[in-house]
Design a protein around this ligand. Structure first.
Ligand SMILES: Nc1ncnc2c1ncn2[C@@H]1O[C@H](COP(=O)(O)OP(=O)(O)O)[C@@H](O)[C@H]1O
Ligand SMILES: O=P(O)(O)O[C@H]1O[C@H](CO)[C@@H](O[C@H]2O[C@H](CO)[C@@H](O)[C@H](O)[C@H]2O)[C@H](O)[C@H]1O
Length: 476
């Protein structure tokens, strides 16, 4: 009972740009078509799996959607209805039906668990069970509320199912890496239970990964929330006169995160070692490193054009990229995390776990798959300490105003303390010592900061001051 295609397409084209996970917000949709439509459950409610082909500015991206169809929409699903703002509900054969994002409907998402447990094939969709314990099918789902580029569903406290929104050709990096690390027995990633793929139906073409079912680490607290709580306590400590606070013993000030930061550094080094064991290490010659530095600088130039607030820092950043280009030694590269920040790590009762090996959402697939020096991840996490330290300052009203003038200095001290602890933990656990690789670290950190400026300008303009203020500090 799908509504007429033309009507559905019109409603989807209106709804899609408003979704957090839609990657094409900076331009209009030129054409939207339904690439594949697979009925996963008949009746009322019905569940359809859609791949939407979205053409923008000469390129076509593919997004997946679980489309729920009901004659009557319960109140609990009104907020995910598609088509309401475009002129009301859709109609089919004179009878009105309501369509909505079924990721929010536990009556329908059960279908996915059952198909995964059975290792089913439905149309072009292939459901895989990773082996090991049978997948439970009696659990209701709840979408997580975290800021996400995808949509993840919790099934009880057993599983988390990540539905990849923007689809890419070939095996998804998150699946590939997590499966390899699970098979290696790596304790710092959630074990994989199953995955869903789309068979493109062309001989020789690789399947497209649609979803990944993993252990839900239900005792986990995400690194970003822990860090923000620490910064809040750090700011709340009564200010001594002048700048004396900088000398304070952090343990006295309360809210210290440094021990966790150090353990996180150690876990990061262990995952880098496991990635090297699973996928290997290679070296790239100095000429390729020069090309990398040139790409970093080209991105800087393009981003300065789009975000003029970055321009005052351009000279310092170019200097760091030139230093990288002047390096004459070959560079050891391997698979890395690729988009490493505090929101990608969970503190569980048994230590830190790393999530989301998909790379940066704003990059192309081949860029995400490219091998890199592991210190690129270290630089990513150092940027995240910069972000966490300044987040509360940019959120007006969350810190006492009388401490305002001192806050940036305090933030800087919090970031410096935790950056140092993380690097200490990383080097002590066998990772390359960041202190001994200043040229690489500066270049990687500035590269990430440029990416962040572009990312924030596009996705969260209110956050733009965070990377810009941090850059002002780092380049001063
Ligand atoms: N295995 C897991 N156990 C517990 N929570 C998880 C797990 N995987 C993801 N999460 C939670 O979901 C959030 C988003 O997951 P992530 O894989 O980073 O998605 P995205 O790629 O869409 O950003 C994480 O920040 C974390 O809070
Ligand atoms: O988690 P994603 O894969 O969606 O990564 C993207 O979004 C992140 C924000 O949600 C963004 O990270 C930036 O903001 C974080 C705070 O929200 C901060 O901790 C990171 O250091 C900062 O880079 C990430 O860059 C982007 O790719």
């Amino acid at each position: 009972m799908l509504p007429p295609r033309a009507e559905l397409i019109r409603d989807l084209a209106e709804w899609l740009p408003r979704q957090r996970w839609f990657g094409g917000k900076d331009g209009p949709i030129d054409e939207l078509t339904i690439g594949t439509a697979t009925e996963l459950r008949t009746g009322d409610p019905a569940l359809h799996h859609l791949v939407l082909d979205v053409r923008q500015n000469g390129t076509t991206d593919h997004y997946q959607l679980l489309l729920g169809v009901r004659r009557d929409l319960p109140d609990r699903l009104r907020h995910v209805e598609i088509g309401r703002d475009a002129g009301g509900t859709s109609s089919t054969g004179g009878k009105r039906v309501r369509v909505y994002d079924a990721a929010h409907d536990p009556d329908l998402t059960r279908t996915l668990l059952a198909a995964l447990a059975d290792g089913a094939s439905i149309g072009p969709l292939r459901f895989h069970h990773a082996g090991g314990a049978r997948i439970r099918t009696d659990l209701a789902s709840l979408p997580i509320t975290a800021e996400q580029s995808n949509t993840s569903l919790l099934f009880g406290d057993a599983y988390i199912c990540k539905l990849f929104r923007r689809l890419s050709q070939g095996v998804n990096l998150d699946l590939e890496v997590n499966l390899a690390l699970t098979r290696q027995g790596c304790a710092h990633v959630p074990a994989v239970h199953g995955w869903i793929e789309l068979d493109p139906g062309e001989p020789g073409a690789e399947p497209v990964t649609l979803a990944l079912l993993s252990d839900y680490l239900h005792t986990g607290a995400d690194g970003w929330s822990l860090a923000i709580a620490s910064v809040r306590d750090w700011f709340a400590y009564p200010l001594p006169a002048g700048d004396e606070w900088a000398e304070l013993d952090a343990a006295v000030a309360g809210g210290d995160f440094a021990a966790e930061a150090e353990r996180l550094g150690a876990a990061t080094a262990q995952v880098h070692r496991a990635l090297a064991d699973a996928f290997g290490v290679t070296t790239v010659p100095a000429a390729e490193v020069r090309a990398l530095a040139a790409r970093m600088n080209a991105e800087l130039t393009a981003t300065c054009r789009a975000v003029p607030g970055l321009a005052p820092h351009a000279k310092a950043l170019t200097g760091a990229f030139l230093d990288l280009a002047a390096r004459t030694a070959p560079l050891a590269v391997q698979r890395v995390h690729g988009d490493y920040h505090l929101g990608q790590v969970l503190r569980t009762e048994s230590g830190w776990a790393l999530l989301d090996f998909e790379g940066e959402p704003a990059r192309t697939q081949s860029e995400r798959r490219a091998l890199a020096h592991p210190l690129r991840d270290v630089a990513g996490m150092l940027r995240s300490f910069e972000y966490a330290a300044r987040f509360l300052i940019t959120k007006a009203g969350t810190v006492p105003t009388e401490s305002g003038p001192h806050l940036e200095t305090r933030a800087h001290a919090w970031a410096a303390r935790n950056r140092a602890a993380f690097c200490r933990g990383y080097a002590a656990a066998g990772g390359a010592d960041p202190a001994a690789h200043a040229v690489l670290m500066h270049a990687f950190e500035f590269e990430k900061a440029v990416y962040e400026v572009r990312y924030e300008a596009r996705n969260r303009p209110a956050w733009l001051p965070v990377p810009l203020t941090s850059l002002a500090h780092l380049t001063a």
